[in-house]
Every structure is written in C-alpha cells, then in structure tokens.
Design a protein. Structure first.
Length: 583
C-alpha cells in the first residue's frame, strides 16, 4: 500500500484486530487511518512503532491526595521513554471522601470506583495499549485502578501518590498525642469551643493539619489501599507508603518503565499476579495492620474482575489466624510514616511470613519470598513481634446474627475493651443527617445503639461513610458507652463500637429495616454476633409487612447504580457473583 515505509507497526503485545478483517483492510486501518491521528498529537513513526504504554493519571486540583500527581507522572513518562517505549497519558476522576463528608456528594464516592475502572478500561481497549502504569492515592481511586488492571489484564503496575507528613502539635492541650491527621481537626474545633486553645491556635491547626500533597497519614482507606497494592504484588516493593513528593517516591516512578518492559517481555499480566493466594496474603496484611473496613468492599470487588470469589467468611477465617502487629492512627498514636521508617510493607509481611504464600509473583519480577528475604524489621515497637502483638487476632471482625444474616463488619482494633460486649436500646434514624442533628442536639444518650439505615449501596444509594456520626460520638463523649450500627460504611478513621456493612441492607428488606426505637441490640465481638433481641416470630411479622421506600433518584448515575449494585458483603460490585475460581 502507499503507506509502506512509514515506520508504523502495531506491536503484537496489544489487542489484535479481528482476524475476519481482510489483510488489506487491516493494513489500511493500521498504517493509513490510525497513524495520522497520532502524528497529529506530535508522535513520530518511530515512537508509534514502540510498545504503547498508557499512564492512567488521577491528577486533580480538588484534593491534596492527587494535586501532585502530574509531577509524578512526568517522572513515570521519563522512565517509559528510557526503557524504549512510548508513553500516552490520560486522566480519570478522583473525588475525595473528605470533601464529600456529610452531604449528598458522599453518595457518589463508591460509584466513582466503578467509573474509574470503566474509564481506564475504555482507554486501554480503544487505544489497544501494550501496558499500563496507574497512578492514584486515595480511597476509591486505588481500588478502581486495581479493578481496571485486573479487567484489562495487560502488563500493569500501580504507583501510589503517597501521604503527607502528620501535623505536629506538641503543646500540652493534647498531652498524649503529638502527631495529627486531618480526621482529627474536630479535636481542635471542640478544644477551641471549650476554651482550651485560642482562636489563633485553632486557625493554625486548620491551615496546617494537611501539611502538603498526599493522602492523610493514617491507616484510613486511602493508605490501607495503598498498602494493598504492594500486598497484592501490584506495586514495586517498598514503593507504596512513601511520603508524597519524596525523592524515594520519584525514584520509584522513574524505575517503572524498565519494570513494566520486563513484564511485557515475560507476558506477566495482573491475572498471574493477583491470584487467589495473593488475595489471601493481602487480607492477612489488612488484618495485621488494623486497616480500614473498606478493605472488605474493595478486595472482593478487585477479585471479582478475575472471577476469584472472596466470601466474607474468608476475612473472618484469616482474622482468627492473623495477629494485629501494627497500631498506627487511628488505632494508635503514631502516624503511617512510622511503618515506612520501621521497614515498610515488606517488613510487615516478613513479620507474618508464616501465614503467607511466599511463591506468588510480583510486578518486580521477584516472588514474594525473595523480597521478604531482604526485608528488615527496624523497629519492633511499631511492627510488633507475632508473639507479642497488639492483639492476638486481626484488626477487623465479621459479625453475624438475626440483625445481619449476611454479615456486618467492625474494626475491633478501634473498640475499647469495655465495649466488646454491648447491650442497649436502639435509637433509629433513616438517614445520616437525622442522626447528626439528634446527636448534636443531645438527643442521643449514653448506652444507646444508634441505628442509621437506608444508607447501603442500594438504599443510600452509594453506601455513604458514616464518618461524621462516628466522630461525633467521640467528640460528644459517647464513644465509650454508645454503639453505632449502619448498612452504610466507615472511613477507616472510626473509633468505638462502629458496626457497618450490615447485610442485607435495609433497602433490600434486611432486618435492619424493621428495628424500632427501644428495641434491644446485642453486640458480642468475641462471639462474632449481632442480634435484635425480639422473638423470631415478631421479626418475621415485621418483615412481612415492610415495604421498600421509593427510590431517591430516578435519573443520573445514582439511578442506574442503585438498580444494579450488589450488597456490601459482595463488595458492592455491579456484576453477578463469580461462579468459578477459588481463594
């Protein structure tokens, strides 16, 4: 054809054109139709003949976790070119949970995970990319990128944006603490209102508590999922929880090109790395670090893309075997940088190596066992020995009973021992806003069990975080006496008896829908149970007459999302349950 000699030849590693298309037409498409579009973007024929690498960037100027990612992407771009490949950057959305707290915007946060995964899939498939480097930092963004990598299943590496350093406030007002993260700004607000600190001190904290670009420096959902990228083998060893914009972080970004090139040459795709065994490893790391309850949503959702079922029972099975060896904020007084200083995720994993499958592959090209051989635990007060742990089992627990037949989740690492067994009357609210109003106006009393329902994946819709009510319990002095139970979820920053992910959710006719004010709720964490203390016959009678509420949204994203999303115990995915594979 007339295009002969233009130097453009699509590499065999990408998605081929359908073989039913005649050779002449394939040549027309590959060498005549497509190249001018990319020449128009400034690429040369030589660049288009090299492996095409997508840089999926979640940069935005709307939150600190992602505001710096363009600079990280530039270093990634240099590394790709240095490896003899061609980078093609594109963006996807990155909404911040913190910005969405307490208003309608939180309904969109969990659906955003699916939009992120879908948008990366679309760009990878349309452009027939040979590989992907995915850059993200925060709560639903990192899981969305991992879901996309699994779904597209071309060689891929995640690099996380890291976290900012904690805010240091060594004055005596908070004598037991010196390091603070954004979720603790309420402590300063209430301290100001109580006359413990001045307005000037409060304003200093308000402007300084987020010390720069990066995620919040504690084991909330953002950092939990950053850790999970490495625990799953999808990030280079030691790269996942570094300070944002540190030289170490940029160094890792520059090395990704060569690492990805090796994956392409050896045909190592995410499905070879994120196996059932890798997910078991990640769940064990989640437990030993006392990570966010949102891990119960995201790990099954990622595994679902690979047809690997992760039943909720697996989390509890591994929790029973896995000691919690780390206690950083909000489970302790130190921030997440202490884990990096103590040896990073390889050190955390080496500490529980006897519970892990060491033969799994990683994007480094090494198997996990090889990585852990070189790992060093530098501070045993931060990464505690397995024979002297923070607690003998994992930081998260699955509760079951007539109030949650399909399970509910509690972050037991954040529950005071005095509250491990709770019994109290219900105070029922049908939305977060009503609960906040009543709490703030002193209408919730010590010893009650606050029920916030119709906040699940379908009912919310979007399974909003109940972070504001959970924090209010603490700030109002109710955290050591009052429980909070919801079919919504938590942010990873909660403390106290905060039970979430109650399944089936109220909007699907789960028992939570028929709880009445004054009903006695029993929570027994050691026995893994949560019960509504009424006769079973009465529970059946109430459920028989219950009718679902009208949908809150009839158009837009939340309308279609509420119709096809599954329950929290299934990971709130939009697809049917996988029928094959195993964890």
């Amino acid at each position: 054809m007339s295009s002969q000699g233009n130097g453009f030849s699509k590499k065999s590693g990408s998605e081929p054109l359908d073989p039913r298309i005649p050779e002449t037409i394939r040549e027309l498409i590959e060498e005549v139709i497509i190249p001018p579009l990319l020449f128009g973007c400034g690429y040369s024929a030589e660049e288009l003949a090299a492996p095409r690498i997508g840089i999926a960037n979640t940069w935005t100027e709307l939150n600190p976790g992602h505001v710096h990612l363009n600079r990280l992407a530039e270093r990634v771009r240099e590394g790709i070119r240095g490896a003899g490949m061609t980078p093609f950057g594109f963006n996807t959305i990155a909404p911040c949970d913190g910005v969405a707290e307490g208003h309608e915007g939180m309904r969109y946060i969990l659906p955003a995970r699916e939009v992120i995964a879908d948008s990366v899939e679309i760009m990878a498939r349309v452009n027939r990319l040979d590989g992907l480097i995915l850059i993200g930092s925060c709560d639903k963004i990192v899981p969305g990128l991992l879901m996309a990598a699994a779904r597209v299943d071309i060689p891929a590496i995640i690099i996380t944006g890291g976290y900012h350093l904690p805010y240091c406030y060594p004055e005596q007002d908070f004598a037991e603490e010196e390091e603070f993260a954004h979720y603790e700004i309420g402590k300063f607000f209430f301290a100001k209102n109580e006359g413990k600190i001045t307005e000037e001190e409060f304003q200093k904290a308000l402007k300084g508590i987020v010390t720069g670009p990066g995620s919040c420096p504690m084991i909330g959902t953002a950092v939990t999922m950053q850790c999970m990228t490495e625990a799953l083998g999808m990030a280079l060893p030691y790269s996942s929880i570094l300070v944002a914009e540190s030289e170490e972080k940029y160094d890792f970004a520059g090395r990704l090109g060569e690492a990805l090139k090796a994956l392409i040459e050896n045909k190592i795709t995410p499905s070879r790395i994120m196996t059932g065994q890798a997910f078991r490893n990640a769940i064990s790391v989640l437990h030993t670090m006392g990570g966010s309850t949102n891990g119960f949503l995201h790990l099954p959702a990622i595994a679902n893309e690979l047809d690997i079922p992760i039943p909720i029972e697996l989390f509890d099975e591994l929790s029973a075997k896995t000691p919690q060896t780390c206690a950083v904020k909000p489970n302790g007084l130190r921030a997440i940088n202490s884990i990096d200083e103590a040896g990073g995720i390889p050190a955390v994993m080496k500490n529980i190596a006897g519970l892990l499958d060491l033969d799994v592959l990683t994007v480094s090209g090494k198997r996990l066992g090889e990585i852990l051989e070189e790992a060093v635990i530098k501070d045993s007060s931060i990464i505690r020995p397995v024979d002297d742990p923070v607690r003998p089992d994992g930081g998260l627990a699955v509760l079951r009973g007539n109030l949650a037949p399909d399970g509910a989740i509690v972050k037991q690492s954040a529950v005071p021992e005095s509250m491990f067994v709770f019994r109290g009357p219900a105070r029922v609210f049908d939305c977060e806003e009503d609960a906040i109003y009543s709490m703030f106006n002193n209408r919730v009393t010590p010893g009650e069990c606050v029920i916030i329902r119709y906040e699940g994946p379908k009912g919310g819709p979007g399974m909003r975080e109940m972070a504001v009510p959970a924090h209010l319990l603490q700030l109002l002095g109710l955290g050591d006496s009052t429980a909070l139970v919801t079919d919504g979820r938590y942010s990873g920053t909660n403390y106290g008896v905060c039970v979430g992910h109650v399944s089936p959710e109220a909007a699907e006719g789960g028992p939570l829908a028929v709880v009445r004010d004054g009903d006695i709720i029993e929570i027994d964490i050691p026995s893994r149970s949560i019960r509504l203390d009424i006769p079973e016959s009465e529970l059946h009678e109430r459920l028989a007459v219950w009718r679902p509420p009208a949908p809150k949204y009839t158009r837009g994203v939340l309308s279609w999302y509420s119709r096809i999303v599954t329950s929290g115990d299934k990971g709130a995915v939009l697809r049917p349950e996988p029928s094959n594979g195993g964890a």
